[in-house]
Design a protein. Structure first.
Lengths: 94, 399
């Protein structure tokens, strides 16, 4: 469950602020993705600062009933390699 | 607000920026959209071009489509390529292949380019006969040699870029086979009546039934074929709800998410609209590219809500959004009316109405005197010669 895992923005991904949210561009696979909500942009930017996705959502102020929708959006971003699991998760479980 | 509405109102920086580095070209393609040939003496210097890249980096324009003219014949082309890559501006460049020898191919495949460089080879026929007819003698061999060099150097996923014409629509499967042979991706784009294309559009643009063939082919075999989002006028072949649209941006992005920087720093609304009517400003004179993109009057106007004009009452307006601005402008049709290649047939009616004025070109860098590279657009022979050895000067004519 992605909500309980530590994630981060992929290092080769850049975010460009736009009125609707942001453009995310992956310099490695050259994929362009649109983050269509400013809240989602803040979540993605702050993933690395929190122990897991859920605490990031809380910090950004996403209401709990929307957490599953955000989890789905983040899984889509993970499929495009825009975000990655954080290494500290692997270290802790090792 | 839906994403497409944000696009219509324009973004803070373009998504798809084309930058023509030079008007100089070794070829003289009959349909050249920028009427290229001769270098413009006002061409941006290396330092000016570097400053443009610096600004694109600040604006987070993540990649730029470089073209021309033939960009690789600029002596500083390879330097600018590396400069862009080192400043987080990825490059896709279009070339006829003239400078892609084994050494350059190896450079492009090397870590120096870091996978930030895409190469697009122009080819407008799957056979030399069809290609050279519009691109000039020898141009097919040049393109194929470049593709071989890239493949042999280990360059991954080059693009073969095809302008679809009446002569090559029947070769779509052959193009795909060529792409597969060279480990390349096929890219199909629309012929526009821009630049010298205005002179040959009547002869080259696909016939209505060929447009249907193209649409059906893209729907059936178009996975992994790129289109530069240029066929959105074909979406009206699908249901009126727009569900038959091809993947990509199904609206005119001119001045909203797309624009062109020309070799002298002029900024136009779109690569297919190099004309004073679509000139937003000059990045040297008017305070830089960002200033032009964000504040030019023309771009503000293009980003304001557009009316569908004569198209608004058509059931398919939501599918095709009225088609391509440049195609309408250069065939002398009103911008708020149907596209000349409207698949519902309204374009043909408008073209036939007779009260249109084809606009005069506002720039022409074509070579003053034709060279040996000029295409010779002789009609492909439709009937045999009159006889093996007809000596009469009136042979074949009936009096």
């Amino acid at each position: 469950m992605i909500l309980d895992e530590p994630w981060r923005l992929t290092p080769s991904v850049a975010l460009r602020p736009e009125p609707f949210g942001a453009l995310a561009y992956h310099f490695g696979n050259r994929k362009l993705t649109f983050l269509k909500r400013p809240e989602l942009v803040r979540v993605v930017e702050q993933l690395a600062d929190h122990p897991d996705v859920r605490s990031t959502l809380v910090a950004v102020g996403v209401p709990e009933q929307q957490h599953s929708a955000y989890a789905a959006a983040l899984e889509g971003l993970a499929d495009a390699d825009m975000i990655r699991p954080r290494a500290d998760a692997l270290e802790e479980s090792a | 607000m839906k994403l497409v509405e944000h696009f219509e109102q324009g973004l803070d920086a373009p998504i798809c920026l084309t930058w023509e580095l030079t008007y100089a070209c070794n070829l003289e393609c009959a349909h050249c959209l920028s009427s290229s040939g001769r270098r413009d003496p006002r061409e941006l210097t290396t330092a000016q071009a570097e400053a443009v890249i610096d600004e694109l980096q600040r604006m987070q324009v993540f990649y730029v489509n470089i073209g021309g003219g033939e960009p690789t014949i600029r002596p500083d082309f390879w330097h600018l390529l590396e400069y862009a890559v080192n400043h987080q501006v990825g490059v896709k460049f279009s070339t006829n292949g003239v400078r892609l020898d084994p050494e350059r191919a190896a450079f492009l495949a090397s870590p120096a380019c870091g996978g930030y460089v895409d190469v697009q080879i122009s080819l407008d026929g799957a056979t030399a006969e069809v290609n050279d007819y519009v691109r000039g003698p020898g141009s097919y061999d040049t393109a194929i040699t470049a593709l071989e060099n890239l493949r042999d150097a280990g360059f991954k996923d080059a693009k073969i870029s095809v302008v679809c014409t009446r002569q090559n629509i029947g070769q779509l499967d052959e193009f795909k086979a060529l792409a597969d042979k060279y480990g390349a991706t096929l890219r199909l784009t629309r012929l526009r009546p821009s630049g010298r294309g205005a002179d040959v559009w009547d002869e080259l643009h696909p016939l209505p039934e060929q447009q249907r063939v193209l649409y059906d082919w893209l729907m059936a075999s178009g996975d992994n074929v790129l289109t530069g989002d240029s066929f959105f006028h074909l979406a009206a072949f699908g249901p009126a709800d727009g569900s038959g649209a091809l993947p990509g941006l199904n609206l005119c992005g001119a001045g909203r998410v797309v624009c062109l920087i020309d070799p002298i720093g002029d900024v136009y609304a779109c690569p297919f609209a190099i004309h004073d009517n679509f000139l937003a400003g000059n990045l040297l004179r008017d305070g830089g590219f960002k200033e032009v993109w964000q504040t030019s009057e023309l771009f503000q106007d293009l980003r304001s809500p557009q009316t569908g004009g004569a198209c608004a009452k058509c059931d398919f307006y939501d599918s095709c959004r009225g088609g391509c601005m440049a195609a309408k402008f250069f065939t002398g049709l009103p911008l708020d009316g149907p596209d000349p290649e409207c698949v519902q047939g309204y374009g043909e009616t408008a073209l036939a109405s007779g009260d249109r004025m084809i606009p005069a070109a506002s720039q022409d860098h074509s070579k003053a005197n034709p060279t040996r590279n000029q295409p010779v657009m002789l009609k492909l022979m439709t009937r045999p010669p009159v006889s093996d050895c007809a000596e009469s000067p009136l042979a074949g004519f009936t009096l």
